[in-house]
Design a protein around this ligand. Structure first.
Ligand code: CA
Length: 227
């Protein structure tokens, strides 16, 4: 899952980016509204953390721009209590949630998880398909009840495939939701192949089952419940 953190307080932006990367999210930073809109144009983000009081272009205007042509990207506003009217306005304009500054990092992460899960599962933390279960809270992955250890990129790939279980995901889409930075013209294929290869091997080590289906030149899909 790929996040954009829009916050002009450099220390806070840095702390959030660092903490969220540690939690396994591909996280990019923007420090003003103009930069945020540029990055949103160039990349696909699953969720945006948006400060309201920003240089160049205000957070509310960034939100309006996002919602002009995109209803899918989740937006969580972070703002000071004094901006409470703006917060309400933010929700009316299509933000998914808000967090009041100063906030506890654990709370922010819980809100992120909930916002990312809203559309596709009844449980905010546990994804289960066939033999595989993935806990987005503890980051634990099990195959037939046995815990396996994944790198953050392997986890990111598996989570994205499980969340989008009913469709084929192209190399490009997978890469751009799991890797940081501008992935527009990146030479990503070999990197992605390598991580998918190690992920497949770890998943299948006990069962011998290939849990990730690869359709040549089309993309990847997680093996369904009854396949
Ligand atoms: Ca600010």
């Amino acid at each position: 899952m790929k996040l954009l953190i829009v916050e002009d307080e450099k220390d806070l932006n840095y702390a959030m980016t660092k903490a969220l990367r540690k939690e396994g999210y591909a996280s990019d930073s923007a420090y003003d509204g103009e930069e945020a809109l540029k990055m949103l144009k160039a990349n696909e983000y699953d969720l945006v953390i948006l400060d309201l009081n920003l240089p160049k272009i205000d957070g509310i205007d960034v939100l309006k721009k996002i919602r002009e042509n995109d209803l899918k990207t989740r937006v969580i506003i972070v703002s000071a209590r004094s901006e409470i009217d703006d917060r309400v306005l933010g929700l009316n304009l299509g933000a998914n949630d808000y967090v009041i500054k100063p906030f506890d990092f654990k709370e922010l992460e819980a809100r992120i998880r909930t916002s990312l899960r809203i559309n596709y599962t009844s449980s905010p933390t546990l994804l289960v398909i066939g033999d595989i279960s993935l806990n987005t809270n503890s980051k634990e992955v099990q195959v037939k009840g046995k815990t396996i250890s994944l790198t953050s990129k392997e986890f990111g790939i598996l989570e994205y495939l499980m969340v989008n279980k009913d469709r084929l995901i192209s190399n490009f889409e997978l890469f751009s939701h799991v890797w940081e930075g501008n992935t527009d013209n990146y030479l990503y294929t070999d990197t992605l192949k390598y991580h998918i290869h190690t992920l497949k091997r770890k998943l299948s080590q006990d069962t011998g089952i290939d849990y990730i289906i690869n359709k040549r030149n089309q993309g990847y899909r997680i093996r369904g419940n009854d396949e």
